[in-house]
Design a protein around this ligand. Structure first.
Ligand SMILES: [Zn+2]
Length: 324
C-alpha cells in the first residue's frame, strides 16, 4: 500500500553491478562493431539475444510466498535517486523464491542493499533481491548476518543453479531498509544491465502455495487448504475438485495466505464429508457445489513447482470437508 511504501527507505540503483555487453566493448572500430552486431541479429544466434529487449518470460513465479503487497513504485524519487525496482512488502521471514530457473550470486558487499542476491535467469533476464533478512529474532537485532539459513535458503551456495519456485531467501530489512517495513526490493534487468519496471510482470506472476524446498524427508509434505469450491471436473485424467484457496497450513508447520486456483485429484480413497452446523457426515463429491466453503487435506508430496502451483494432477485429496 502507498502508506507502507512511503515509509520505506530503499535501495536506489544497482546498475553499476550490471554486465555491460563485454562482447561489444572488446571491438575497436565502429564499423566492425556494427557489422558484427547486425550479423548476430540476422543469424538469430544465442548472442543476438544479448541485444534483444524481449527475453523476460511472460509469466514469472511471484517472488514472495504468502500475503504481500506492492505498488507501481518504479522510478519514484528516493534520497539516492530514482527507485530502480518494486518493493514487495510482507511479513518478516516470508519465503523468497526464484521467479524463474537460473544461477544465484550471493552479494553482501553493498551496505545499502544489505543481504542481497542476483538471480541470473536462464532466459537471460537478471533479477535482484535486496534487503533480505539479517535478524535472528523479530526484534531487529541485525545479528544474523548475510548467511544461508538467515538471509538465504538453508543450503544455498554462491553460483548454485536453482529451479523456478525454489526457496532462495527470506524477507527482511537489511541494508538501508534497516528498521523499516520488511520488504524485498525486486529488480528486473535485461542483459544490458539496465533495470526496467518489474510491475507488469509482478502483476501477472503466479503465486505459489508454498516454497519449493529441498530439505523434505522421504515422507514428503502434506497440506490442509481452506478455500471456496470453484468446480468439480471429470475428464480422461480423472476427477478433480477445483478450489480457490485462501489459507494453507503445511505439515511442517508453515502457514500461508494464498489466493490461487488449485486442482485436487479425487480418487476412490478420498473421504468426502459434509458439514452442517456442528454435524459432519460422509457424503459424495456432488456436495461440493461452486461457492461452498471447503477444507481439503492432501496426501504427502515431494515439493515441486507443479505441486506448489496446485496444477492438475499434482495434488491428491485424502479428505474433503464441505460446509453446506
Ligand atoms: Zn526499494
Amino acid at each position: 500500500m502507498g502508506q507502507a511504501a512511503r515509509s520505506v527507505v530503499s535501495f536506489g540503483t544497482v546498475r553499476s553491478l550490471g554486465n555491460a555487453l563485454p562482447m561489444l566493448r572488446s571491438r575497436s572500430t565502429g564499423i566492425a562493431f556494427l557489422a558484427a552486431a547486425l550479423a548476430l541479429f540476422a543469424a538469430g544466434s544465442a548472442d543476438a539475444r544479448v541485444l534483444s529487449p524481449n527475453t523476460v518470460p511472460k509469466r514469472l513465479i511471484f517472488p514472495v510466498v504468502g500475503s504481500s503487497h506492492f505498488t507501481n513504485d518504479f522510478g519514484a524519487p528516493r534520497p539516492q535517486g530514482y527507485h530502480q525496482g518494486n518493493d514487495i512488502i510482507g511479513p518478516w521471514r516470508s519465503p523468497v523464491v526464484a521467479v524463474e530457473s537460473g544461477t544465484v550470486t550471493l552479494w553482501t558487499a553493498s551496505a545499502r542493499a544489505g543481504c542481497m542476491l542476483w538471480l541470473n535467469g536462464d532466459s537471460g533476464t537478471r533479477y535482484a533481491y535486496i534487503h533480505l533478512n539479517n535478524d535472528l529474532t523479530s526484534r531487529n537485532d541485525n545479528s544474523g548476518g548475510c548467511v544461508p539459513g538467515i538471509a538465504y535458503a538453508p543450503t544455498l551456495a554462491n553460483g548454485q543453479h536453482v529451479k523456478a519456485g525454489e526457496l532462495i531467501g527470506f524477507n527482511g530489512d537489511s541494508g538501508d531498509a534497516n528498521g523499516g517495513v520488511y520488504h524485498v526490493h525486486f529488480e528486473l534487468q535485461q542483459r544490458s544491465g539496465v533495470s526496467i519496471s518489474p510491475y507488469k510482470w509482478l502483476r501477472k506472476a503466479r503465486p505459489l502455495l508454498y516454497p519449493v524446498v529441498k530439505h523434505v524427508g522421504p515422507e514428503g509434505i502434506g497440506f490442509k487448504l481452506q478455500g471456496t469450491v470453484v468446480a468439480t471436473r471429470k475428464s480422461a485424467e480423472g476427477v478433480h475438485l477445483v478450489v480457490k484457496s485462501s489459507f494453507l497450513r503445511a505439515t511442517d508447520g508453515s502457514k500461508y495466505d494464498v489466493d490461487r486456483k488449485v486442482f485436487f485429484t479425487i480418487n476412490a480413497d478420498t473421504r468426502v464429508l459434509a458439514k452442517k452446523g456442528r454435524k459432519r457426515k460422509v457424503s459424495k463429491l456432488a456436495v461440493a457445489k461452486p461457492g461452498r466453503k471447503v477444507t481439503v487435506w492432501t496426501l504427502p508430496v515431494q515439493p515441486t513447482v507443479d505441486t506448489a502451483l496446485g496444477k492438475r494432477g499434482a495434488l491428491t485429496a485424502s479428505r474433503v470437508l464441505v460446509v453446506r
